[in-house]
Design a protein around this ligand. Sequence first.
Ligand SMILES: C[S@@+](CC[C@H](N)C(=O)[O-])C[C@H]1O[C@@H](n2cnc3c(N)ncnc32)[C@H](O)[C@@H]1O
Length: 253
Amino acid sequence: MTPKIADIRLVASHPEVYEPCDDSFALVDALLADRMNLLQLEPKMCLEIGCGSGYVITSLALILEQDTNSSVHCFATDINPDAVEVTSATLKAHGVHAEVMNMDIASALEDRLSGLVDVVVVNPPYVPTPEDEVGAGGIVAAWAGGEDGRSVIDRILPVADKLLSEKGWLYMLTLAANKPSELCGLMRKKGYASKIIVQRSTEEESLHVIKFWRDPDSEVQIKKTMANRGSPTSIFSRLSRLSFSGHGNANSK
Ligand SMILES: C[S@@+](CC[C@H](N)C(=O)[O-])C[C@H]1O[C@@H](n2cnc3c(N)ncnc32)[C@H](O)[C@@H]1O
């Protein structure tokens, strides 16, 4: 049976809301590539940060719905209020449900969902831009990522860490310019392993979808290495290279 994802013809639109594009498709392709693992995970709560048109959260809800035993609760947030309307319409057109809310990252959900979210998906604003464009609102918020395209990404990572359950996974779309190996290093310091699920190069950009999951071994390793071998800075560069090349218990994820 072909897995069901959002039908692009049923995705709602608005001039100020990001339309599904190569990056959105890459993120959904990553979810499809990891579908069997996702179904085995049996997530109870999922969240998309920056839902735009709703293409990704709708696809995730449809993928998980195919497991008849699943009773998943989905949330979606966006800083753009028009995106909230559009995502709600897209979900409705596909007959699936999520709580869709207008907020910065997950600010109003952090306490309510702390440690409870099993899957977080993010296609963030990742384009390197002048810093003053970040948070400008409307469609500009869809791409404006500040220096190295990292301004919003760097704020999302600690939030995802707070929200994720012990068994939780984060799928994040990044651009090569975002220095994905450095992102993996930052997450490794928080005890996460990482793996590239999808890599795609277009004429304009090189996209990666990275999956992060808690790895108790990496936490122990970091503590041991820090105790035995010098400063966190020197360890960081080494670990970031290791994690981005698939170090850790990646095969079982
Ligand atoms: C690249 S678009 C992705 C949209 C959709 N997820 C997709 O893949 O098609 C990034 C989205 O993040 C939203 N966004 C930007 N900054 C945000 C923030 N601080 N908090 C929540 N959402 C934000 C934008 O409004 C936009 O909808």
